[in-house]
Design a protein around this ligand. Sequence first.
Ligand SMILES: *Cc1c(COP(=O)(O)O)cnc(C)c1O
Length: 820
Amino acid sequence: MPSDTSHNPRTGMDVDAFREDIHQHLHYTLAKDKFSSTEWDHYRSVVMAVMDRLHDRWINTQQSYYAQKSKRVYYLSMEYLIGRLMDNMLINLGVQDVVAEAIEDLGLDYDKVREAEADAGLGNGGLGRLAACFLDSMATLGVPALGYGIRYDYGIFDQDIENGWQVEKPDMWLQYGYPWSVVRPKKKYRVRFYGEATAHEDSNGRLHFDWVNTHNVTALAYDTPIPGYQNDVVNHLRLWKATSDEGFDLKSFNQGDYIDAVRNNLLEENISRVLYPNDKVFKGQELRLKQEYFLVSASLQDAMVRFKKQFSDLSKIPEQMAIQCNDTHPNLAIPELMRVLMDEEGLEWIPAWEITTKTINYTNHTLMPEALEKWPLSLMSNLLPRHTQIIREIDRRFLNTIEVSGDRSANSKKNDMRIISNEMESRVRMGHLGIVGAKKVNGVSKLHSSLMKKTIFSDFSDHFPQKFTNVTNGITPRRWLRQCNRELSELISDNIGSDWVTNLEQLQQLEKFAGDEEFQEQFKEIKLRNKQQLAGYIKKTMGVQVDPHSIFDIQIKRIHEYKRQLMAIMHAIALYNRLKKNPNADVAPRTLLFAGKAAPGYTMAKLHIKLINSVAEVINNDPDVAPKLKVLFLPDYSVSLAEKMIPAANLSEQISTAGMEASGTGNMKFALNGALTIGTLDGANIEIREQVGNENIFIFGHTVDEIKEVRNSGYHPQEIYEEDEELKKVVDQIHEGYFTPETPDLFHPITNALLSQGDYFMVLADFRQYIDKQKEVEENYRNSFDWNKKAILNVAKMGHFSSDRSIRDYCERIWDIDIE
Ligand SMILES: *Cc1c(COP(=O)(O)O)cnc(C)c1O
C-alpha cells in the first residue's frame, strides 16, 4: 500500500529504506561500487528508488479510474517543457528531506545528484511549459487525465553564445537514457500516411470509404508517471516514439535488398527525431504535418482502445472523454475522430459529427497572423487523402449554415470563414477547423480571449457565441515556489501554514505581514541570498562578478520582436549614456539580465542577441559605469535556468507590444517569487494588475486601443526619434556601430526596422514612457520598506495564477468534470 512505512526497501518511505534501495540499485541494477560510480549513476539509482514508490500508486490510481468508469481528459500537445523531475517527484511524494538525508548518508551530495539530470526540453516556451504545469495540477486535483505528446530524440536545441552570436547545438537529453520513463513495448499503433482514399458499396448499397496503399509507421508508447502533490494520485504522460512498421520493409527484404530494408527504418524514425524550434511561427514543412498526425492518430487509437474496454455504445464517447488540443497543432483530431467513427466504426456523418463536436476542444494561443497554421491543401491531400476529403465535407456543410446579413456579400463572408481558403493556392486553416469542429474554444487571458472574439474570429464568435470562453493561464506553485524557492516557501509556511501549496489563495494571509518589520527583514534576507546564489552561478559560468545589492532586473523568455528585448537593451544604453555624462550621478546600481533562445531561422531575433552581447561588452568593461550598471546575457535558457533566476529577481520585465502577448506565464512566476513587474497592459499583466492593485505594479505604454488609434491616424516613428534627444542618441549609437566599431553597419537592420520600416512593434512609441517608468522603479527601490511591502503584497495576491485554478476552470467551463 502507498502509505507503507515499514522497512521494505522497495516501498518504505523512511531514510533507511531509501538509503538501502538506492544502494541496491547502484549495486544490483547498475553494477557499480563507490569507486566506479559517477554522478549520473547516483542520480539514476535515486530515480529508480523513487520509481519503486511511484509504481504501486500509479497502478492503484489507474485501477480506480477503471473501477469508477471515470471520464478521462486527454491533453494533446506537441510540446511539454518539463525541465528536471527529481525535486518535483520527491516533493510531490512528500519525501524530499528523507531522500536528501539518505543521499547524504551514502556520502553523496544532493545538489550534485539533482544536477546530473538533463532537462526534458520538449518545448519552445510558454505553450510547452503550460502543458507541463497542467499535468502537475491535474494530478494534484485528482483529474483522471493523460497527457499525450511526442518523444523527440532531440528537444529544444542547446544555445551557445560564440562571439556574441547564438549558435545552436543538438540537445542530447536521451544520450544516457531517461530513467523517469517506462517503455510499453506492446503499446504500439500503426499510423498511416499517403496512399489513396477510395470508396466501395456494400451489399446493402451503402457507401464505405477506405484509405489504401498507405505508408505505415509504428508509434511506440513511453510513459512517465505524474504524481499529484501528496495525494497518492499518479497520472501519466504518454510520449510516442516513431519506429518502423513490423521492423522491416518486407517487400525489399524478400527482394534480397537487406540493406535497403533496414535503411528505410531510419526514414520512418525521423518522424519523432526533433522538435521544431519555432515559437509562434508557422513554416509549413511536411515533416511537421507528419508529426502532428502521428500524435493525433496514435493518441486517438489509444483512447478508443481504453473506451472500448468498458463501453460499446459510441454515443457515450462525449461522456467519457474530453480531448483538449493545445493550440491548433493537434486539430487533425477533428477529421481523425470523424474518420475513425465513420470508416472504422460504421457511423453515419451526423452521429459522428455530433460525437466529435461534443468531445474535442481547442485552445488558441496567439492572434499573430504568422503563427496561424494554414497547410497547403495539395500537401495535405497527398499526405492525408482521406482526412482532406473529410475536411472538405466539414467545410461544405459548414458553409451551408452561414447566414448573410447587412451589406456584406454572401461570398465575401463565406470566403472569410471557410476552412479551406480560396486563394491561389488553397490552404486548410487549422484555427477555423478547430472552431467549427470543437465543443469549446478558449483563449488564455481575459484580454486575449476578448481580442480573439473581436478580431481574428469575430465572424465565428457571432456564428457560435456559446463556443467561446476564457481560461486564464496559470503556473504550478509546487515547482515555481515550493521547489525553486525553498527558503521563501518556509518563511511563508512558518507564518500562514502550508495549505498554500495546494490552495494558493491562502497567500492572501500574507497581506498582514507586508508592513511587518520582522517579516520584511526575513523576506529581504531570503531575496539577498537568492541573488548571491545567482551571482555565484554567473561568476562560475561566465566569470563575471555582479553586485547582489544592485537591482536584479530580469527579462527571460523567447527572443521575439514583439517581446521587445530591444527596448530593454535600449534602456541600458540610455542609462550608460547618463552615467558617462555624469559618472557620479546618484543612481541605484542595476544588473540587467537576459536569457532566451531565438528560432534558428529568425535573423532579426538573433541580431537582437548579438546587440545585447555587444552592448554588454562595452558597458561591463567601462570603469566609469562598472559599479552602477552591468548587462549580461545568460546562455541556454531552460526551465532549470529559470528556476535559478526567478527567485533572485527584483524586477520582472513584461514589456510586449500591447495585444501581442496572449497571456505570459513568466510574469506570474516572477510575481509569485516577490519581484515587481514593469509591464504593458497586455496578456495576463492586466489580471496581475487587477489582483495586486495599480500601486504595486509599474505599468506604462500604449494600450491596445491607443495602438490601434496611433496606427490608424498614421504612425511616424521618425518624428518621435527626432524629438527625443536621448532616444535619438541611443538609436544613433546602434546605427553607427558604437558597440561594434569593427563592423559599424552590423545593426542597420534593427535601426531600419525602427526608422524606415514603420516600427511595427512600437518600440519608439513606448520608449519615453518606459524609461521614465524605469526611473520611478529606481526611486522606489531606494525606499527599501516600501519596495519590500510591494513585493510581499505581490506574493500575497498571486493565488489567482495557480494552474490549479486554471484546471478547475477547464473542468467547469469546458470538460464538464466535477472535482471533489
Ligand atoms: C515560463 C517559461 C516560459 C514562458 O515565459 P514568458 O515570459 O511567459 O514568455 C518560457 N520558457 C521557460 C523555460 C519558462 O519556464
